[in-house]
Design a protein around this ligand. Structure first.
Ligand SMILES: [Zn+2]
Length: 83
């Protein structure tokens, strides 16, 4: 489970934790990463500071699983850590 503090820190980060590209403040992942996800998974990764920790934790886990299954090769090139 991710703490509210960790979520606030993630929201403020200027780079995407997955691909290290610039990301929007408030979102968990950058626009590019988010747009690779289905819409229902994308929404809870935006405005994360306003959401429940459980929701953000679940959304990040779901996104990590999705990337793991669909975009395995990106991990080699992006060097982004999923967890
Ligand atoms: Zn990204």
């Amino acid at each position: 489970m991710i703490s509210a503090q960790q979520i606030a820190r993630l929201a403020k980060r200027r780079s995407c934790p997955r691909c290290s590209l610039e990301k929007t403040e408030g979102a968990a992942l950058c626009r590019r990463c988010r747009f690779k996800l289905p819409a229902h998974m994308r929404l809870p990764l935006q405005e994360i500071a306003t959401r429940d920790e459980g929701v953000v934790t679940g959304a990040l886990r779901a996104a990590a699983n999705y990337f793991e299954i669909h975009y395995k090769s990106i991990r080699f090139f992006g060097g982004g850590r999923v967890r």
